[in-house]
Design a protein around this ligand. Structure first.
Ligand code: SF4
Length: 460
């Protein structure tokens, strides 16, 4: 038993998190910045933070992640990192020639109180930012929030620095993407193109974090939302934010700054959330839903109907990011499964409200919690008290899955020990079929493995 120290007996903890269901803020800021074409994320802090953030992203996406650091030493840790950042900006533009440097802070630079806004302005005033190039920043102290908060902060910073106001609106819709895989961003663009809806998707990590192998190294891959597109988000007639935790702040700022009204939806995971996205996009862009998308929806429903008997009543534990967990819970309910334990390390009152709305009637005994004490240790304790039939979450769940012999579907960030997540979408109807296939395979593989010989069936 790898997790043999997990007790069944739950003691209320006020100051200890064990195996958190989150990671640190700057990782989110770095991932969001990589969704902008020609952008180099810059970590304002010590080298160790930057190395960790890069390696976490590299291990998940299996792509090299470029980022620079202010390389704090003892001196900058005591006297502040202004000199390091000013020097870094000058050197980076000279040597690596990005279009944008996107600075995020770390625990260290936040604790010593570096005013990054003032330093960035000084860099511009001192002529360290060449004409046509940009320096943007956001604050990501990692002793609050999570990687989700960091992502949201960088996305909001994109709006703050780029979106331009215009009296005449363009016939285009902004789609602010929550933290999803590059494959998901590609799928959202594919759906919009199929509907003939003109969208600006930002951030967009497709063709950056899933770039094809061409034999030639591109320091700045061809993907990512461009600066003119980001500027034009202020001219769009409306905005759709996918995932309230990641996108609502940016959508509100865009409305306040440029008068672009918005809808905040759940990430289109599963049938209902995808229906909602398709109908909202159809209304916002003034386009019809084509037959091809209706047919794809029909295929998903057919698959659910065919396989319902393997799903009905199955108890599921899930953990990860709230923007994924809410629509995933809704999808599991659509499948007549029972999401019984749900934890997210990301704080925010909205989580409780969304979960109680979904679960209070459908699964009244479900336990759900978010914030600092909502860790994987607690979820494991719940599982020990009453087991589940399926576990869904990032790679860290493999220990619980092994110890408790629970079928396991990897979903969310990070996935360090498998591939496919960055290539096959989870969003949209096609994504829901892919997710459903993974769920069914996990459940049916266990049945084949564990059933008595006389119960082994060729056709299940
Ligand atoms: S938690 Fe803070 S100190 Fe640790 S890697 Fe993240 S930013 Fe750096």
């Amino acid at each position: 038993m790898l997790l043999r120290h997990t007790t069944e007996n739950i003691i209320d903890r006020t100051a200890l998190t064990i195996n958190p269901a989150k990671t640190c803020q700057p990782i989110g800021a770095m991932y969001a910045a990589l969704g902008v074409h020609g952008c180099l994320p810059h970590s304002h802090g010590s080298q160790g933070c930057c190395s960790y953030h890069r390696s976490a992203l590299t291990r998940h996406y299996k792509e090299p992640v470029m980022a620079s650091t202010s390389s704090f030493t003892e001196g900058s840790s005591v006297f502040g990192g202004q000199a390091n950042l000013l020097q870094a900006v000058e050197t980076i533009f000279q040597v690596y020639n990005p279009d944008i440097i996107a600075v995020h802070t770390t625990c260290l630079s936040e604790t010593i109180g570096d005013d990054v806004n003032q330093i960035a302005q000084k860099a511009r005033d001192d002529g360290k930012v060449p004409a046509g190039k940009y320096l943007i920043h956001c604050n990501t102290p990692s002793y609050v929030g999570s990687h989700v908060t960091g992502y949201a902060n960088m996305v909001t910073s994109l709006v703050k620095h780029f979106s331009a106001k215009s009296v005449s609106k363009k016939n285009q819709v902004n789609v602010i993407s929550g933290w999803v895989e590059p494959s998901d961003m590609r799928e959202i663009k594919k759906l919009a193109a199929e509907m003939n809806a003109k969208i600006v998707l930002f951030p967009d990590t497709s063709d950056v974090m899933d770039a094809p192998m061409t034999g030639k190294h591109e320091f700045y891959p061809k993907g990512g939302v461009t600066i003119p597109e980001l500027i034009s988000t202020g001219y769009s007639k409306s905005t759709i934010g996918l995932g309230p935790f990641c996108t609502e702040d940016a959508a509100i700022l865009l409305d306040n700054k440029c008068k672009v009204k918005f809808d905040i939806l759940e990430i289109p995971i599963g049938l209902k959330a995808t229906d909602n996205f398709i109908m909202t996009l159809s209304r916002a862009a003034g386009v019809q839903v084509p037959d091809s998308i209706t047919a794809e929806r029909g295929r998903l429903i057919d698959m659910i109907t065919d396989m319902h008997k393997y799903l009905f009543g199955k108890r599921v534990a899930l953990y990860g990011d709230p923007d994924i967990l809410v629509p995933l819970t809704e999808f599991l309910l659509t499948l007549d499964m029972k999401p019984v334990y749900i934890v997210s390390g990301t704080p925010g009152k909205r989580f409780d409200a969304s979960m109680s709305k979904l679960l209070n009637k459908a699964v009244p005994k479900a336990k759900y919690k978010n914030g600092e004490r909502a860790d994987m240790y607690l979820m494991h304790q719940w599982i020990k008290q009453e087991p589940v039939d399926l576990l869904i979450g990032n790679t860290y769940g493999k220990y619980i899955s092994r110890d408790e012999n629970i079928p396991f579907v990897r979903l969310g960030f990070p996935i360090l020990d498998r591939v496919g997540h960055s290539y096959f979408p989870t969003v949209g109807y096609a994504g829901a079929m892919h997710l459903l296939t993974n769920i069914l395979n996990a459940i049916m593989d266990k049945q084949d493995r564990d059933c008595p010989e006389e119960k082994m069936e060729l056709v299940m």
